[in-house]
Write a protein that binds this ligand. Structure first.
Ligand code: MF3
Ligand code: CO
Length: 254
């Protein structure tokens, strides 16, 4: 395993890619409404990404057919947009987006509630988001990678939630997926030592029920096995000697 350390110049490009992706999420998040098909969400997202001079990194990645992963309710991640799937009030919709700017990737996901969602759904979304922030308390030079994993898992499991195990976060840079893999569930080992200049996509995927997931026949869409709701929250993060720099925070989060 080799984890890349970004130079000052590369960090600037990662910051720029992250800033644009935050803007994409802000813009698409505002457009997202009941009555839209998930295909329309992807099409709108694709246009927004390109309007900022970026390339959507997911499009055609290992054959994935869209620019935005749109995952509704019990879909965990990698939902494939279709004209038939109409977003309805009360749904929770995860939008996972990756962009490439001047050769550098950023990757971020948000789960949105459509109009009024159940209290259960609202709590799941909020706690999934918070699990990320619990994790990144340890995202600094000198700490170990699995300190992040364990903090996410401890927090999420305290509510009885299932932390997805079949998918993990990842290093990111000139490629979408770089070393290391970043599990969100509890680890026995400490994992690698974190160093300033590492850039990581940390992405808890949390189920209201059990952690087990299954793949649909489309070979992409990941669903909760028990039919429970699932939420996803992801940012691209720069490790420094002090506080981590979250490169993909939206304006309302800063
Ligand atoms: N955030 C996801 C990941 O890191 C999205 C990838 S979707 C794919 O794996 F289509 F690009 F595979
Ligand atoms: Co990712």
């Amino acid at each position: 395993m080799s984890v890349s350390i970004k130079s000052a110049r590369e960090i600037e490009l990662m910051r720029a890619a992250g800033k644009i992706l935050a803007k994409v999420h802000e813009t698409l998040g505002k457009e997202l409404k009941a009555g839209m098909s998930t295909w329309e969400v992807d099409k709108t997202g694709d246009e927004i990404i390109r309007s900022f001079g970026c390339i959507p990194s997911f499009k055609n990645y290992n054959g994935y057919p869209a620019s935005v992963c749109v995952s509704v309710n019990d879909e965990v991640v990698h939902g494939i947009p279709t004209k038939k799937r109409i977003i309805r009030p009360g749904d929770i919709v995860s939008l996972d987006i990756g962009v490439i700017y001047k050769g550098y990737h950023s990757d971020a996901a948000r789960t949105h509630g459509i109009e009024e969602v159940s209290p259960e759904a609202a709590l799941l979304m909020e706690r999934t988001r918070q699990s990320f922030f619990e994790g990144i308390q340890y995202a600094k030079e000198g700490r170990h990678l699995h300190d992040i994993s364990n903090a996410i898992a401890t927090y999420a499991e305290s509510f009885g939630y299932g932390v997805v195990r079949d998918l993990v976060g990842h290093g990111i840079g000139t490629r979408l997926h770089e070393d290391p893999q970043i599990p969100n569930y509890r680890q026995r080992s400490r994992g690698i030592r974190l160093r300033a200049g590492m850039t990581l996509a940390i992405e808890p995927m949390i189920n209201a029920g059990r952690y087990d997931v299954e793949w649909l026949n489309d070979n992409w869409t990941v669903m909760t096995e028990d039919g429970s709701l699932s939420a996803h929250y992801e940012n691209t993060v720069l490790i420094t000697s002090g506080e981590p720099e979250i490169l993909t925070l939206t304006a309302d989060e800063r």
